[in-house]
Design a protein around this ligand. Structure first.
Ligand code: GDP
Ligand code: MG
Length: 442
């Protein structure tokens, strides 16, 4: 698949702005990649639409092809969708001890294993006292399975009492967690092979007894679409706070993660990467995105190319500034950069020796609309005038101001600013503070 993708992208080798056709061709392949990674059709469709809007009109960085650039945009959007709101990944609400955590899901999804992994993590990373309780009264030896795990990882488990119902065990766990001074108690519920009413009712009852801080759905990441349907059902009936995708060590392509996130809107908090007790990781959106696309190399290539271009540009400008050459083209580039970097205040604050100027700028009520007007003024200068600002005499000034639909007084201000900056560049050049300027332009 990757081969086919890069084949298409290689053919899109011309430079310049991304054309609609470039984007369409590339996205057709990306759509196939998504579907092959088991992303559901409606999710893939919405996703492609979002990328299409983002890609429209973006310019292509030198030394990468439009196709590669599209992959980068696709990758970033994947990460964006997968990451969701900040702070959700890998975090659990475990304040107000004892905090109940409810583990739900189908049989064989990895609930018991994940309960053990999370307990170990909470104990070792967060220094929490954890109590584990198995509510699985159906599968023979399920409660013993958890007890053995508990011993392995050095976490207490609720003593087994024969003949209790799931709700009774939950009540006992709550009591013991409170009296025993535990920070967290985790309830490992029974699963079924399929969602059925009895299972849901039981989990609902348990939920109502303990009022969990987290209800984690544990699903097999290899089951793709099925996992997403399971998540929807559990969320509708029980209400889940997050998802753990297990078996991500397998060769599934991770598309389930995208559908999961897009359809349920629930954060994927952890991924299971094996059967061992430390095979649990926080969810890394970049890794899954790379896996879905299978194109991690292209993404880093585009990033590197973009960085190189910026560095090259800065280097060239530096050399000229040191020689005292700072013309209107340079100024325009700076103005554009300021716009990109969050306006005048942002950038001036970062430049050494410009703090004072930044303050003056602020006091004069400078804002981004002024930056845009200044760029318009420079745009209406001729090539020759931009390269040699000293040419700008009265008649030329009038023509330029008119061309930009602005007053000559604004042009005068722009020219004054240019002179000030130019003087400063010269001084800095003489002082040999090249490194400083370079830093300022980053
Ligand atoms: P439960 O029925 O939901 O409690 O599922 P279990 O926790 O008993 O897990 C079922 C099987 O899946 C066990 O053999 C686990 O070792 C295995 N398992 C669980 N999580 C993972 C994982 O992330 N990767 C792999 N490879 N196996 C896992
Ligand atoms: Mg189990």
């Amino acid at each position: 698949l990757s081969d086919r993708l890069s084949g298409v992208f290689d053919r899109l080798t011309k430079q310049g702005a991304l054309s609609e056709d470039d984007v369409k061709t590339a996205l057709r392949e990306v759509r196939v990649a998504l579907l092959e990674a088991d992303v559901s059709l409606p999710v893939a469709r919405d996703f492609i639409k979002a990328v299409q809007e983002k890609a429209a009109g973006q310019s292509v960085t030198k030394s990468v092809t439009p196709g590669q650039q599209v992959v980068k945009i696709v990758h970033d959007e994947l990460v964006h969708v997968l990451a969701g709101d900040e702070g959700e990944i890998g975090s659990l609400k475990i304040d107000n001890a004892p905090a109940p955590i409810l583990m739900v899901g189908l049989q064989g999804g990895g609930k018991t294993t994940t309960a053990g992994k999370l307990a170990k993590r909470l104990k070792e990373k967060n220094g929490k006292r954890v109590l584990l309780a198995s509510l699985d009264i159906y599968r023979p030896a399920a409660q013993q399975q958890l007890a053995i795990l508990g011993t392995q990882i050095g976490v207490d488990t609720l003593p087994i009492v024969a003949g209790e119902s799931a709700v009774q065990i939950a009540k006992r766990a709550k009591q013991q967690a409170t009296m025993g001074g535990y920070d967290v108690y985790m309830l490992d519920t029974a699963g079924r092979l399929q969602i059925d009413e009895t299972l849901m009712k039981e989990v609902e009852d348990v939920r109502d007894v303990v009022n969990p801080r987290e209800t984690l759905l544990v699903v097999d990441g290899l089951t793709g679409q099925v996992a997403v349907e399971v998540a929807e059902e559990f969320d509708a009936k029980i209400g889940i706070s997050g998802v753990v995708l297990t078996r991500m060590d397998g060769d599934g392509r991770g598309g389930a993660a995208l559908s999961m996130r897009a359809i349920t809107g629930k954060p994927i908090k952890f991924v299971g990467l094996g059967e061992k007790m430390d095979a649990l990781e926080e969810f890394h959106p970049e890794r899954i995105a790379g896996r879905i696309l299978g194109m991690g190399d292209i993404v880093s290539l585009v990033e590197k190319a973009q960085e190189t271009i910026e560095a090259e540009q800065a280097e060239r400008m530096m050399k000229r500034f040191q020689k005292g050459q700072f013309n209107m083209n340079d100024l325009k580039m700076q103005l554009n950069q300021m716009l990109q970097m969050g306006g005048m205040e942002g950038i001036m604050g970062m430049m050494p020796g410009m703090k004072k100027m930044a303050k003056q700028v602020e006091e004069s009520g400078f804002d981004d609309s002024i930056l845009r007007r200044q760029i318009a003024l420079i745009n209406s200068m001729t090539k020759k005038e931009r390269a040699n600002p000293q040419l700008l005499q009265a008649s030329r000034k009038k023509r330029i101001a008119q061309g930009a639909g602005l007053e000559v007084s604004e042009l005068n201000k722009l020219m004054k600013m240019h002179r000030q900056m130019s003087d400063m560049m010269k001084k800095m050049g003489k002082m040999g503070k090249g490194g400083m300027m370079k830093q300022a332009m980053k």
